[in-house]
Design a protein around this ligand. Structure first.
Ligand SMILES: C[S@@+](CC[C@H](N)C(=O)[O-])C[C@H]1O[C@@H](n2cnc3c(N)ncnc32)[C@H](O)[C@@H]1O
Length: 123
């Protein structure tokens, strides 16, 4: 195993990091609404995975403070915070695909005349 790759809990335990558990993409079961919002919103707010640096200024089209949230869950809180703080750019990362669908729904709902700068990446 590489020094930086931990596949499961105790196998990756080190003196420095203790018990480390890694998470992988979890497909789960998406509702019809989550699927629809995912299909509608991901082309607008999704950042597809690529093994390279994300050029955030290019992605958001401005040089605003960036907030990274790892593990957005169902996205309700993330979407509300992003909507209430439009001077910041938000990037939410989640491994649970239905959660991304729910985040897409939340972000679609909270959008008024001006969309919040919330983007998401799965994985
Ligand atoms: C307890 S929920 C937090 C939800 C949300 N932040 C909130 O406060 O409502 C934790 C989430 O983190 C996600 N997660 C865990 N490990 C992750 C990882 N390595 N990358 C992205 N998301 C991860 C899980 O799938 C889960 O949805």
């Amino acid at each position: 195993m590489s020094d930086n790759v931990y596949t499961d809990g105790r196998a990756g335990e080190t003196a420095e990091h203790g018990h480390i558990k890694s998470f992988v993409r979890r497909a789960g079961r998406m509702s019809a609404a989550q699927q629809n919002y995912y299909a509608e919103m991901m082309p607008k707010i999704g950042i597809p995975y690529a093994a390279q640096q994300i050029q955030l200024v290019t992605v958001y089209g401005r040089n605003a403070p960036k907030i990274l949230e790892i593990g957005t869950g169902m996205g309700e809180t993330t979407a509300k915070i992003a909507d209430a703080h439009r001077d910041n750019d938000y990037l939410g990362v989640e491994v649970h695909v239905p959660g991304i669908g729910a985040l897409c729904k939340q972000n679609s709902r909270t959008r008024t005349d001006q969309p919040a700068d919330l983007r998401t990446r799965c994985g």
